[in-house]
Write a protein that binds this ligand. Structure first.
Ligand code: ADP
Ligand code: MG
Length: 293
């Protein structure tokens, strides 16, 4: 390979807002045929807002929101930010939570006003043998069918309500996905979020394949499984959760707006945090390689 052509390629990359870890990275892009896209923060903005509070029968919406907001105040998760900010702006000062614990990929738990509180996926409640009343199941299903994310709030052993948050799809995502397809790549949406929300987002951006409800530690296995099927995999992600999968992928692309851990684990950084840069990067490195041949 001509080092000069590779360096020209990487210089053009910098102009396009793509930071390439080293010239050897260009070689990895040649055979890539599958692109795994993390949903939250990659395809969507990752900034969520609180849209709705649905109390269980006999519960009070403000009480549900206040209790959940107090607990989520201790978490950095995008859902937590939406809940805590929504609660503070509607209700003012929130109580302090004690014994806060993050349960990876499922939610949070802790004590608020002497109550043992859970906020997260229904599966988190199941782990404590708690049931979801049918009114809340219906509220969750309705929200998820619209591409929104719903989480359950429980305290003292019983589900008390559902909170609905939504994350906007980046305006550039549908066109960027179309370009990735045009480059011969099959896009797959990967997320810890539920099937219905993931399917709705996938439909809106034009992705045909979805792997949902994946625990953070299992994202890397999704990449390994595709590789075992003979796929050459690019992965685009932004979160701490995505680092192992980014490192495992044949080509790891991190959103520049994402976490340092994701950036360190990847081969390419997309400075603008926009999926068009993923298409630019793959096109650029293929062209650079064509120049060399
Ligand atoms: P993603 O892969 O989409 O970035 P995560 O693995 O971070 O998602 O989270 C998966 C799911 O776990 C969320 O959709 C939510 O239902 C639940 N969850 C995780 N953290 C929290 C939290 N702090 N509050 C409420 N729910 C949470
Ligand atoms: Mg993410």
């Amino acid at each position: 390979a001509t080092p000069t052509a590779l360096l020209v390629g990487t210089g053009r990359g910098a102009q396009l807002g793509i930071i390439i870890k080293g010239p050897q990275v260009l070689e990895s892009t040649r055979k890539v045929d599958t692109v795994v896209l993390d949903k939250t923060g990659t395809v969507t903005t990752g900034t969520m807002t609180l849209l709705d509070v649905v109390p269980a029968d006999g519960e009070n919406a403000d009480e549900v929101l206040r209790t959940a907001g107090a607990l989520e105040n201790a978490s950095e998760h995008p859902i937590a930010r939406a809940v805590a900010d929504g609660a503070a702006s509607r209700l003012g000062a929130l109580p302090k939570a004690d014994d806060f614990r993050n349960v990876e990929g499922l939610g949070v738990q802790g004590m608020v006003d002497g109550r043992a509180v859970l906020v997260g996926r229904p599966r988190l409640l199941e782990e404590w043998s708690q049931k979801l009343p049918s009114s809340l199941v219906v509220a969750m299903e309705r929200a998820e069918a619209q591409g929104r994310t719903a989480v359950v709030v429980s305290w003292d052993g019983a589900a008390r309500g559902v909170l609905v948050v939504a994350d906007a799809i980046k305006a550039t995502s549908p066109a960027a996905v179309e370009r990735l397809r045009g480059l011969g790549l099959t896009p797959i949406l990967l997320t810890g979020d539920n099937e219905a929300t993931a399917a709705s987002v996938a439909r809106e951006v034009g992705i045909g394949a979805v792997v949902a409800e994946v625990l953070p530690a299992d994202k890397v296995d999704v990449v390994k499984r595709l590789q075992a099927q003979g796929k050459v995999v690019a992965m685009v992600g932004d979160g701490v959760n995505d680092a192992a999968a980014l490192a495992q992928a044949d080509l790891g692309l991190a959103m520049g707006t994402g976490t340092d851990v994701a950036i360190e684990a990847s081969d390419l950084t997309l400075v603008r945090g926009d999926l068009h840069a993923a298409a630019d990067a793959i096109r650029l490195s293929r062209r650079t390689l064509a120049t060399i041949k």
